[in-house]
Design a binder for this molecule. Structure first.
Ligand code: 4AD
Ligand code: MG
Length: 435
């Protein structure tokens, strides 16, 4: 029995002219001529053009049978060819078809015919070079988040997904049929559990899904999204913003270092990303309202910023920006009032440039028992739902702050995508739960 040592295509492309190499993967493109068949084969690492000649009739016939997306093993001699992708071509002398694919449903005419087609066949579209590039950038982003927090001495923690109280308001809660109980939901944010955990670990983070029953379809909302959340004891808003900008700068650096090829496949203009250096501009909510009014928006102090406003604002910037000091009514009840101006909160959102808008929401939390209870009442919430959360203010309460980063939105911006659905392998929104 011959044992073949298969190599990743990216490694093969680093080999030398005349070397014998073996690869395995899927047929990406095919061109047939009278005396030869060109197969462009892809694996997870790249693509390689392979030529199968009629002087080897057995493999020549197999190559003719290979269809797009058939799985295949090949061995041959590597030749320089400036016309081939990557500059090399494999002159094949061994070929084994592992599975002959049925006619692949993703064709140009099918894509043109139905606007949601690629979403319906996401389980097959996932293997496209575009999705593969996005998934690799996404992988680097997740890795970079873990690295950053660990380097900074944070503990990774896990919070439950089944919860009994809203963090971000009742309107987007998903109710769950939990053994006939009436008060169980999918979590909107792990924040409150992270606040519990700082009393043990001081600096904590988690990466987990969050769920929101977002009823409107937008380019930047999913019903299930990946949330990187951090909470830090003894920390105020200024230190929090510094932590957030360091995190984003670290992630962008890592992506530029590891994923320039993928950003190229996505046609991402990387000069913007190369320019992402701290500190990021900080704008007060008050300033932002007057900027938007000057731009002709019909917005007044006290209104929340929507995606149109955030888009107009961030198109003027080539770095992420912070907007801080939102009015009390724009933010959830747990935000600490600014001592000098209690009608605004010690909150800050980070908005990505180029029109992308909010990627992070965060701020300082109320640490005082009476203030928190009065806020819960003022917001018309049921104090019983928040008993354990309020309890934290009874036993050694400390100033603390935290934030939540929408990872899918960050992927969307870093990759320069038009829609958040492209940033996730299996997007969930008001209409999509398949595949
Ligand atoms: O601004 P949000 O609602 O803040 C919180 O959930 C805080 N409890 C986080 C914290 O302080 N620990 O959400 C945080 C981020 C947003 O800035 C956005 O990037 C993302 O989560 N996000 C969504 N991403 C995709 N689809 C949705 N429906 C999202 N809702 C929020
Ligand atoms: Mg927010």
């Amino acid at each position: 029995m011959i044992i073949i040592e298969f190599q990743a295509i990216s490694d093969v492309l680093k080999s030398r002219e005349g070397e014998k190499v073996a690869i395995r993967g899927w047929v990406y493109r095919k061109r047939e001529f009278k005396d030869k068949v060109f197969l462009v084969v892809r694996d997870s690492s790249g693509v390689l053009q392979c030529v199968v000649r009629d002087k080897f009739p057995k493999i020549f016939n197999s190559a003719k049978k290979a269809t797009i997306e058939s799985s295949i093993e090949l061995e041959g001699i590597l030749r320089k060819d400036p016309r081939a992708p990557g500059g090399y071509e494999l002159d094949v002398n061994y070929l084994k078809l592992i599975h002959i694919a049925e006619p692949f449903p993703i064709t140009k005419s099918a894509v043109d015919a139905a606007s949601d087609f690629l979403l319906d066949v996401r389980h097959l579209w996932i293997r496209s070079r575009r999705m593969t590039a996005i998934l690799k950038v996404r992988d680097t982003i997740f890795k970079a988040i873990h690295e950053f927090f660990r380097k900074r001495g944070f503990y990774e923690v896990q919070a439950p997904m089944f919860v009994t109280a809203a963090v971000e308001g009742g309107a987007t809660l998903f109710k769950v049929d939990y053994f006939n109980r009436k008060d169980v939901y999918l979590t909107q944010s792990s924040q409150f559990y992270l606040e519990v955990l700082i009393y043990s670990l001081e600096k904590v983070y988690t990466i987990a899904p969050s769920f929101r029953a977002e009823k409107s379809r937008t380019r930047r909302h999913l019903t299930e999204f990946w949330h990187a959340e951090a909470e830090v004891a003894w920390t105020g808003l200024d230190d929090l913003m510094r932590l957030e900008e360091d995190l984003i700068a670290y992630i962008v650096d890592k992506v530029l270092e590891e994923r320039s090829e993928e950003l190229g496949i996505l046609n991402r203009n990387t000069s913007i990303l190369e320019n992402i250096k701290t500190p990021f501009p900080r704008l007060s909510y008050d300033e932002v309202i007057s900027i938007l009014q000057d731009k002709g928006f019909n917005i007044k102090w006290g209104d929340d910023l929507g995606s149109d406003e955030e888009r107009a604002l961030t198109l003027d910037f080539d770095k992420p920006i912070f907007v801080y000091g939102y009015p009390e009514a724009c933010k959830a009840f747990y935000h600490k009032p600014m001592p000098s101006r209690p009608e605004v909160t010690l909150s800050a959102d980070m908005l990505a440039p180029e029109g992308y808008g909010e990627v992070i929401g965060g701020g300082e939390r109320i640490e005082d028992l009476e203030v928190l209870i009065s806020k819960i009442n003022k917001f018309g919430l049921n104090p019983d739902d928040y008993k354990w959360y309020v309890d934290l203010r009874r036993y050694g309460s400390v100033p603390h702050s935290g934030f939540g980063l929408g990872i899918d939105r960050l992927v969307m911006w870093i990759c320069g995508l038009n829609h958040i659905r492209e940033a996730v392998p299996f997007p969930r929104d008001i209409r999509k739960v398949y595949p």
